[in-house]
Design a protein around this ligand. Structure first.
Ligand SMILES: Cc1cc2nc3c(=O)[nH]c(=O)nc-3n(C[C@H](O)[C@H](O)[C@H](O)COP(=O)(O)OP(=O)(O)OC[C@H]3O[C@@H](n4cnc5c(N)ncnc54)[C@H](O)[C@@H]3O)c2cc1C
Length: 565
């Protein structure tokens, strides 16, 4: 780390206006959001509330941060934008890739160590582009975090041998899931989608409340306050609740755990211009990843890190962008089977996601066409191969845009029967995400939506289907190598279902060090500011494990008032 005398010699105003080059490059790129958003706010003279540690966000990073800060003697206020806690984490499958020699691994006879975990992480193809200081800290604290979740957090682990992480090196079993005591496999009314992440997040919420953490729901972070121009401590935050501002002083530290920026199209396009508006975000519409935390951090001088990770061509299933698990609805990723359709329809968020979607069992039953009506990929492909093809600009990409546009799964009545799909609400969303017609020409004319401004060109769609049907006759896909195409698309009605990649994890964010301290553009620690989870950058690992681990580290370090590295 740089010393104080190496602090950047420029003012906040210069920083904001410094153009595309130099330390302010990314910040300036973000200036297109709204110039005011990059001006740091002055601390208020009087605070509405006060705590030692203020945690922002109640997901996989925020709740552990709050518990860990309280455990280390701090008074804690946690603010959460949503009407309930949990973020993406409560909707997750709950599988935690926490290894390195945990008590649970030992119980099941799994031999592991932090060194082995670290070596696996840096050598695994998908995670190798990570900041190794962060990976090392994770490997060191990973097992202790799992033990702590059980012993302190109140989480009960499923009584089964750990398995291999979903997206992660598979040399040693390191993935384990939580179970909710007395839970019979369906979390019923206590989870927005019935996902297993409930069994992780509800116990953590209960523990935090028991430890005196004040949880303020429907409070949305807008600003972090910092004393001096890029030199002083951060001293508090401003939030809004029901349209009114609230200021909260943080005597020891602030933890930004807002879950990243995948819901913020301008922000995410600063990382990769192809990440245009049509890509929906898994975890929405229950909770948003708006980039608020990163933006508030950037305004007080925090750097961003690991930008390329958001769409790195790792050629594997990394949870960067995803093939939707469900088609014909907007968000593509409610986990099928976690709730019955009846249950989902009654869920408090059904009015927001509007349809449960259709799960594709066999991609032999559909073809994928892009917004130009052209088939462009082997539908059976997964991971990078599939979504990278989807995101390539095509003949219909308008000037000034860079993404591949909507992707539609085209199938016929026989395909629907083989898949046992019911092609009507509440399974599909007729409001721009699913269409049907008696002819392909009519179908093409109908397919328009907010992201498909002009209908699918009917000649192109008809030609794509004709050519694909000829591959079925030939028993060979002459264009993209799909394994022996089996079924023609020929029987009315014909269908088009939204099947566009969705953003899964947010893998870039605020720069932190191994103690979860936020770092500025000169490489110096910002005193009092911490970040964890998907709003922190530098570590490509998928999912909960790094969020839980760095949340715990951040809360502890904030409570201890760690000064500098
Ligand atoms: C459907 C699904 C399944 C998944 N399954 C798995 C799995 O099995 N295993 C795994 O390892 N990972 C899984 N993941 C990924 C995992 O859930 C995330 O990586 C993890 O939850 C990220 O944690 P986080 O704390 O960074 O963000 P989140 O858990 O999203 O929490 C961030 C919180 O911050 C709040 N917030 C945002 N902005 C503000 C603001 N301005 N002010 C106040 N609060 C704000 C949000 O509302 C949210 O509650 C899954 C994700 C999804 C969506």
């Amino acid at each position: 780390m740089k010393k104080d005398d190496q602090k950047p010699q420029f003012s906040r105003r210069d920083f904001v206006k410094s153009g595309a080059a130099g330390v302010g490059g990314m910040a300036a790129a973000l200036a297109s959001l709204d110039p005011k958003q990059l001006e740091a706010a002055e601390p208020p003279k009087r605070w509405d509330k006060v705590a030692d540690v203020v945690v922002v966000g109640s997901g996989a990073a925020g709740l552990p941060a709050a518990i860990s800060a309280a455990e280390n003697g701090a008074t804690v206020i946690l603010i959460e934008q949503n009407y309930d806690i949990g973020g993406h984490a409560i909707q997750s499958g709950g599988a935690m890739a926490l290894g390195g020699g945990s008590k649970n691994q030992k119980k099941w006879g799994v031999e592991d160590s932090p060194e082995k975990w670290y070596t696996d992480l840096i050598n695994w193809h998908d995670y190798r582009f990570s900041d190794r200081e962060i990976v090392w800290a994770f490997a060191q604290e990973s097992a202790a975090t799992l033990d702590w979740l059980v012993e302190k957090g109140g989480v009960t682990l499923r009584d089964t041998k750990p398995g291999n992480p979903d997206g992660g090196p598979a040399t040693t079993p390191r993935a384990q899931g939580p179970v909710l005591a007395g839970w019979d496999g369906n979390a019923g009314g206590i989870s927005p989608t019935g996902s297993n992440g409930t069994a992780l997040m509800r116990p953590l919420e209960a523990t935090a409340r028991k430890m005196g953490v004040q949880i303020l729901l429907e409070h949305s972070l807008t600003d972090v306050y910092r004393q001096g121009e890029f030199t002083g401590r951060v001293v508090g935050i401003r939030a809004t609740t029901k349209g009114k501002p609230v200021t909260i002083q943080a005597r020891r530290g602030i933890v930004i755990a807002t879950g990243g920026h995948t819901s913020n199209v301008i922000f995410r396009r600063a990382y990769d211009p192809r990440l245009t508006e049509e890509y929906q975000v898994v975890g929405e519409p229950y909770s948003l990843q708006t980039g608020d935390g990163e933006l508030a951090g950037v305004r007080v001088g925090a750097a961003l890190w690991g930008a390329a990770n958001q769409t790195n061509d790792t050629r594997a299933r990394t949870h960067v962008m995803e093939k939707p698990v469900l088609i014909g609805n907007q968000f593509g990723y409610l986990r099928p089977g976690t709730r019955s359709t009846d249950d989902l329809v009654k869920s408090p968020v059904f009015s927001r996601f509007r349809a449960t979607g259709l799960a594709v069992k066999d991609f032999q039953n559909v073809i994928h066409v892009n917004m130009a009506g052209v088939r462009f990929v082997n539908e059976e492909a997964t991971g990078w191969t599939w979504w990278n093809a989807c995101m390539a600009p095509n003949a219909k990409t308008p000037p000034g845009a860079n993404g591949g546009g909507p992707i539609w799964a085209i199938f016929d009545a026989e395909g629907a029967t083989r898949e046992e799909w019911v092609c009507k609400p509440p399974y599909v969303d007729l409001d721009g995400w699913f269409f049907s017609a008696d002819t392909l020409e009519e179908l093409a004319r109908k397919v328009t939506c907010r992201y498909q401004k002009e209908p699918l060109p009917s000649d192109a769609l008809a030609a794509a289907v004709r050519r694909y049907n000829s591959f079925v006759d030939a028993g060979k896909d002459g264009d993209f190598g799909k394994t022996s195409p089996k079924f023609k698309i020929q029987t009315a009605p014909f269908y088009a279902a939204w099947s566009t990649p969705c953003a899964h994890d947010c893998l870039s964010g605020l720069r932190i060090n191994g103690r979860a301290q936020a770092i500025d553009w000169s490489g110096a620690v910002i005193p009092g500011l911490y970040s964890a989870g998907e709003s922190a950058g530098g570590f490509m690992q998928h999912g909960l494990a790094k969020c839980l681990t760095f949340g715990r580290i951040a809360g502890r370090e904030a409570a201890r008032g760690t000064a500098r590295t």
